[in-house]
Design a protein around this ligand. Sequence first.
Ligand code: AHR
Length: 504
Amino acid sequence: MNASRIALAVAADQPGLKISRHLFGQFAEHLGSCIYDGLWVGEDSAIPHVRGVRRDAIAALREIRMPNLRWPGGCFADAYHWRNGIGPRAARPRMRNDTWGQIETNAFGTHEFLDLCAQAGTEPVICGNLGSGTVQEMRDWVEYLNAPTGTGLADERAAHGHPAPFGVRYWGVGNESWGCGGLMRAEHYADEFRRYANYLGSYEKSALFRIATGPGLDDFHWTEVLMRECSAPRFNPNVMDGLSLHYYMNGGVPPGRVPQALRATTFTPAEWRTVMAHGWYIDDLIARHAAIMDRHDPAKRVKLVVDEWGSWYAPEPGARTSTLFQQQTIRDALLSALTFDAFIHHADRVHMANAAQVANVLHSVLLTFGAQTIRTPTWHAFHLYVPHQDARRLPVTTDAALLTHDGLPYPRVSASASLADDGKVTVTLAHTDPTEPVEVELAFTGLAASARPSGRILTAPALTDCNTPDAPDRVASRAWTEFRFAGGRLTATLPPASLAVVTL
Ligand code: AHR
C-alpha cells in the first residue's frame, strides 16, 4: 500500500453500542489555579461571574457539553474534610493543602461546586476521603447531599440554602489509594472499599454509582484483586459499580515510568511521535485491564472509569513546579483524539473518563490569564467530538498498518464514527503525522441517498504554536470544505497534524 494514501470504510447502517457522553468528562482539583482563578473568582471579583463562578469558563464548558466534572481531587480528595467547606464562607477554616503546597481557604466547597455544575449543566462526580477520613464522615457527606429533608444532615443542607436533595450519583471511594491516597496494598484497599461503600447512600442506594480506586497504569495485580474481592461480594453484590484507571502520557519508557521528561511547547518531530505512541498505549492498557475484568465480570456490569488522563510535561519555565501549569499545542489535541478513539473502541467497558484537569493544570481545555479565559487546542478537540456524545458507534475498518515508535504501535490516521439519534453520521479523523499530508478515502455503506457532508478541521500554523492572551485563537478549528464526495465516497488530503470531522 502507498503510505501516503489510506482507505477507510464506515458501515453507516450498522450502529452498535452507545458512546457514553461521560467519556468526555473533566476533572477539577484544589491544585495550583484550577479551582481558584480557573473556575472560581469569588463574589467580590471584578471578573464577570455568577455567584463567584467565572462566566466565560462556564460558557466555554457548555460549548463542549462537558457531561461531568470530578472534584475535589485527586490527591487532595484524601486530605479533604467536607464540613470545612459548608456554612458561612467567612467562618470556614483555612488549612494547609499539603499535597500541593498551598493554603486552602475552603471558600469553594460543596455548595459552590454543585452550583458550578448546575450552571455548566453537568453531572457532579465527587471523590470522597478514604485516606485520612472515616466511614462516618463519608457516609454523612452522602446523606447531607442526597437525603430528603427530615434528617439532621439534610435539614442542615436546607439551612445552607438547598432544601432539595442534590442527587449526586457518581461517587469515588478514595483516590490513588496505592499512592497519595494511603499507600495501601490492593488487598487492604479492597477490604476498606467494601466497608466504606457498604454504608453510602442507604436512602438512595440504587442511585449511587460507587467507583473504587483502580490501578495506576499497568498494575494488573490491583485490578485482579479488586475484581476478585469487590465485583460481587456475598451480602451486597452491587457494591462496586466502577473501577478507576489513571494514565498520564509523559513519554516515559516503559510508558509513564519517567515523569515529566518532555516539554509542552518545544519539541522535535521524534518527541511528537513519542506523544502519539505513548498516548495510544492507553488502548492496550485498557484492553489488558478489561481482559482481567472480563474474567470476573463477563456481563460487564462493573465499568472502567478512566478518571484521570492527559499529558504531563515538564513545568513551564518560570512556573512553580507544584502548580502543574502547562500550555497545550496541536500535539495535545491529537493526543486527546487518540485517547477518545481508544475509549470509543472500548465503549463496552469504559463508561466514564475525566481529563486532568479542566483549567490551568496539566491537559487543560481552559487557561486563564487574569480576566481572560483561553480555549486551548485540547478544548477544540473536545468540541469536534461533541457529535459522538451518546451516539451509536459505527464500525470503521482500514487497510493501513500501524506505525511504531519507541517500540509502541500507533495509527497514522485514527478514526471514529457514530450515528446520532437525529440520523446524522459523524466521522472524526485524527492525522498523527507531524510533517507529511495524507490522502484519505472514506467509503460509506448504508448512507442515506440525501446525505451531504459538512466538515470542520483543526490544524496549527506551526506544531509548537499555542493559544495565548495576545493570540487566543491561533490554534482553532475552522470550516472544512476541501474534500470531494461522490457515490458514497469521500476523498480528501489531510494536512499534517490535523483533526478533521465530517457530518453527513
Ligand atoms: O492530576 C494531578 C494528580 O495526579 C492527582 O492529584 C493525582 O490523583 C494524580 O497522581
